[in-house]
Design a binder for this molecule. Sequence first.
Ligand SMILES: *Cc1c(COP(=O)(O)O)cnc(C)c1O
Length: 430
Amino acid sequence: MTFDDAAILAELDDLRRADAPTHGGRVLSYVYDSGMPELDELAAQASRRMQSVNGLDPTTFTSVAALEREVVAFARDILGGDEGVVGSVTSGGTESCLLAVRTARDLWRAAGGIGTPRIVAPVTAHAAFRKAAELFELAFDPVPVSPETGTVEPSAIIERLGPDVALVVVSAPSYPFAAMDPIAPVAAACAASGISCHVDACIGGWILPFWPDAAARPGWDLRVPGVTSLSADLHKYGYAPKGVSVPLHRGRDRHRAQYFATTDWPGYPVVNPTLLGSKSAGALAAAWAIIRALGVEGFAQLAGRAARATAALQAAVAGIEGCGWSEPRPARCSRWRPTSRCRRSAASTRTTGPIRRALPGGCSRATRTRAGRRHPSSAYDASDRDAGDRVGAARAGAGARRRRGCRARHPVGRSRRRARGDAGRHARAA
Ligand SMILES: *Cc1c(COP(=O)(O)O)cnc(C)c1O
């Protein structure tokens, strides 16, 4: 058979040209660019070598077991786990979070829980936990956070604990506001009541351990007593291509509860430590190669670079008239909260062509034009409303989050030009 590989690839290149840029630091979400082309190339080569492998069966493809073992061991070390901590490699944060929930639910049931179990989590916990609640039939009980800081009082979580709680989720840090949840006191309360406590470090797990400012990370990892599981995505600050994350459990018994196994069908014996059956080992190999190449030193260097860039960006934004930081934050400081004046100027700016195209799905000029009407965070504080109001608040919140997302990633018009000018000045001054 013959085919025109050049033409096929040219067509793919054409399609790719319409995508947002994955390198160069202009897209502050979705992609996690190490800024090292040689590291990308190593990852691509590693992934290529695994192309025909099926990660389903590490007894047939023993390379998969070896890579997984090394990646989990490295993760365990940087995330404060001892000998008793075990884990897996999954396809991403969502899968890691789903597994944490299903495991906690099954352990809760095994301990005698009956009826519908509850997940207690700050409202800022990643939506993957709401997905898990829906899929695995748990109730999701969101705890409001401060609209000013995005943080939550430990007591607000602890007072909701009870025998029907199968899992408490805290984030390190939260995706929406980069706030560190009060992990130590919450985990201690969970331990006292025998409740599972998951730390969602999907975004922080591969950068917090290396962040230069230690004060930005009070006890948050597996060294904290009472933390029973933790998730950390390699396809974020592990700089790996999409499709790789690590869920860790305290203790083999917890990890075993994550597995699905059956011989009760006419096919092969099924032993799945994660949700997928047949799966790629490409991103796993890429992540493994990146860990080998960078080591602790390399990760620390890249984290240091990100910290300096964050400080520069922060200074530049602070210099924009009418805009400011709500508060310095660890790890992900790339979101700013516009003051009302800044919002007005953003709302009145027309967005065209390339900028509009670069906006994530669902964002349009029309949604941004309404941006000034309410404080983006106000919809989060929905504690005492009745159910009907909550649906409304959730809808409004989704809109506000979408709008905030647009502005945060792509400051428009005047602010954008000023930001550029200021950043330029800053760079020249530095
Ligand atoms: C990214 C992320 C997730 C979900 O991960 P995916 O890899 O997008 O599936 C969950 N929690 C947090 C805190 C995240 O940043």
